[in-house]
Design a protein around this ligand. Structure first.
Ligand SMILES: [Zn+2]
Length: 215
């Protein structure tokens, strides 16, 4: 009798596995491909990612070269409408952070892979969430941050705030956290934490409106 329960469970498990494969193999393939390509391709140029790499506040990865070209083309004549809308938040270098603690490891056949130096994991294959810190740009597994409570970068010892932690290629839930962060800082700071010059202009505006009221 005892054995029966075991074999029934095995059969049920097998059936579940089969039904899983059956109804969404194609979607899984596609999602798997997108998931892999976001760690290997620049979001703007679609070229293979290679150092130096930068990231925006959304945690997306770009070749620095592609971003420089983007910034040097203010009229965006070489870009599609879709690209222009998608990357409109990148207006200056302060809107991205250059990533560090990454290596380009050759596979000996003319190709290479990108690795996080902290645990030598290939990008996109880390068991834990990968993040970077805005001030130093160091890429780290999220788990490495929770080891110490002092909020110092485990790589370079620079202090950071909770808002300085950016999840790379975030899940929908983590993406929401990043959007909220940008909403919070956008009036005073750029993504890389440098102050926005707009503040100065605003103060002048305030001064002007006060002078007007006095008249
Ligand atoms: Zn650091």
């Amino acid at each position: 009798m005892g054995n029966d329960g075991g074999s029934i469970n095995k059969v049920t498990k097998l059936q579940l596995m089969i039904s899983d494969v059956g109804h969404s193999a194609k979607d899984d393939d596609r999602n798997g491909f997108l998931r892999a390509s976001q760690w290997e391709c620049c979001r703007l140029s679609n070229k293979k990612l290679e150092l130096p790499i930068v990231s925006d506040y959304k945690g997306h990865l770009f070749n620095k070269e592609a971003i420089l070209e983007w910034l040097l083309t203010p009229d965006r004549e070489d870009y599609s409408q879709n690209q222009i809308e998608k990357f409109s938040h990148i207006r200056k270098l302060d809107d991205v952070v250059e990533l560090r603690n990454l290596s380009q490891v050759s596979d000996g056949e003319g190709d290479f892979s990108l690795r996080c130096d902290y645990n030598d994991t290939k990008l996109g294959q880390s068991a834990s969430r990968l993040v970077y810190l805005v001030l130093c740009g160091d890429v780290l597994p999220a788990t490495s941050l929770s080891i110490s409570s002092s909020r110092r970068c485990p790589k370079c010892d620079q202090q950071y705030q909770e808002l300085d932690v950016i999840t790379i290629n975030p899940s929908a839930k983590d993406a929401l956290v990043l959007e909220k962060r940008m909403q919070k800082i956008k009036d005073t700071q750029h993504h890389n934490n440098s102050p926005r010059k707009r503040l100065k202009r605003k103060r002048q505006d305030d001064k002007a409106s006060r002078t007007k009221k006095m008249k």
